[in-house]
Design a protein around this ligand. Structure first.
Ligand SMILES: NC(=O)c1ccc[n+]([C@@H]2O[C@H](COP(=O)([O-])OP(=O)(O)OC[C@H]3O[C@@H](n4cnc5c(N)ncnc54)[C@H](O)[C@@H]3O)[C@@H](O)[C@H]2O)c1
Ligand SMILES: [Zn+2]
Ligand SMILES: [Zn+2]
Length: 392
């Protein structure tokens, strides 16, 4: 089959690789009909190289048709239309029972001290072949799927794999009071969708980015947008807009590709020069994250408010201003999205009209063969690219 594989920093290719096959009785094979590129894939493309192996198949936002199931998979059958969550979870351990599928005790990557395995996402998360491919082997398939109706285009359901539950959890974790306000940092797919969900719930939403068309897209839906480049002191601007206090909550939908802290660039370049075992240690221990968005969030949130981090961070020794966090009495919630926890809550918004505008959410739909160029464009934010769907 054809699959998008990792070959090195900023080097992904479409290769011919062996078709996946059932390996365990709890596996299923899904023929992918639509798959997407995520901002998380950009971390693999750029900074997480030390955790990758040449030939790894990327992708964790797939949907398609079940081709084959293992002997213990009875909840889906060949021909069913399914969206596959980006994490694998069993559905019957202690963590899954709490709605913490990202901590599933069956798929946890214990040798790395990490939570549930993720598709197409580095050695830290189990090195499971991903879904930017014609076929995908789905472990724990008895539970790791979301059945969707036969009617309606893939565009309507594809975001259940990641964007929708991630944005939903970001808003849930933000704990915005009724009629309250939230600042969304970053208006990529995750920030944009978080803003739409917060608006849908009647909150006031301030959105921040630096890419003009992303700001425009959010403005078009009713977000009050601010271009980071126009506001040297963003915290002050937002306090002026909110009776001097700051917003009740801040959602960080930026993560470790943040712009705005040039010092960190040096660290990124450094790890690129080190042998990968050393670079791996440095990434984990020395903290090469770009924390600009977190620092902004701490400044913007009102005293007693909540910061919800959905952007992915990776360092183990990142300096956080605990004095300010403590003094402002800030609550901090974060983590990978527990996809199955939220899927049922989201589904009605996909079946009854399209209040979140999912069908027009993608900006590009292209053949899988063109994915390498799309990675580059998506990273450089060229050609108005916000969300790319791939046809395998
Ligand atoms: N928690 C989860 O389960 C989960 C799931 C999916 C994605 N993510 C993470 O969410 C983040 C966003 O994903 P995406 O697909 O929207 O990616 P993206 O890269 O398209 O979006 C990030 C946006 O942030 C903007 N930005 C950069 N620096 C900024 C700053 N200092 N202030 C404000 N905006 C800034 C960029 O211009 C860009 O538009 C990534 O870190 C991704 O890994 C987390
Ligand atoms: Zn993703
Ligand atoms: Zn589990």
């Amino acid at each position: 089959m054809k699959a998008l594989t990792w070959h090195g920093k900023r080097d992904v290719r479409v290769d011919t690789v062996p078709d996946p096959a059932i390996e365990h009785p709890t596996d299923a094979i899904v023929r992918i009909t639509t798959t997407a590129i995520c901002g998380s894939d950009l971390h693999l493309y750029e900074v997480l190289g030390p955790f990758m192996t040449e030939g790894d198949i990327l992708g964790h936002e797939p949907m398609g048709i079940v081709e084959e199931v293992g002997s213990e998979v009875t909840s889906i059958a060949p021909g069913d239309r399914v969206v596959i969550p980006f994490q694998m979870s069993c559905g019957n351990c202690f963590m899954c029972g709490q709605g913490l599928q990202t901590q599933c005790e069956t798929t946890q990557v214990r040798e790395k001290g990490m939570g549930a395995a993720l598709f197409g996402y580095t050695k830290l998360y189990g090195q499971v072949p991903g879904g930017q491919a014609e076929f995908l082997r789905v472990p724990q398939a008895q539970y790791s799927h979301i059945k969707v109706p036969e009617d309606g285009p893939d565009e309507r359901f594809i975001y259940l794999s990641d964007v929708l539950p991630t944005a939903w959890q970001a808003v849930e974790y933000a704990g915005i009071p009724d009629g309250g306000s939230v600042t969304v940092l970053g208006l990529g797919p995750i920030g944009d969708m978080s803003a739409r969900i917060a608006l849908h719930r009647g909150h006031r939403v301030i959105g921040v980015d630096i890419v003009p068309e992303r700001l425009e897209r959010a403005r078009g839906r009713g977000v009050e947008v601010l271009d980071l480049n126009d506001h040297g002191d963003l915290g002050e601007t937002i306090r002026e807009m909110t009776d001097g206090r700051g917003t009740d909550a801040v959602i960080d939908a930026v993560g470790m590709e943040a712009h705005g802290s040039p010092g960190m660039k040096v660290a990124h370049q450094l790890t690129g020069l080190l042998p990968s075992s050393l670079a791996e240690k440095m990434m984990e221990r020395a903290g090469v994250d770009r924390l600009n968005a977190v620092y902004l969030a701490i400044d913007i949130v009102r005293r007693g408010g909540t910061i919800s981090l959905s952007g992915v961070y990776g360092g183990m020794a990142d300096p956080l201003p605990l004095l300010t966090l403590f003094d402002k009495q800030i609550q901090l919630r974060m983590g990978q999205a527990n996809v199955k926890r939220w899927a049922e809550d989201i589904m009605p918004l996909l079946l009854d009209g399209d209040p979140l505008g999912v069908e027009g959410f993608h900006t590009h739909r292209i053949p899988l063969e063109e994915a390498p160029g799309a990675y580059e464009q998506f990273q450089k934010k060229q050609d108005g690219m916000v969300k790319v769907l791939l046809d395998p």
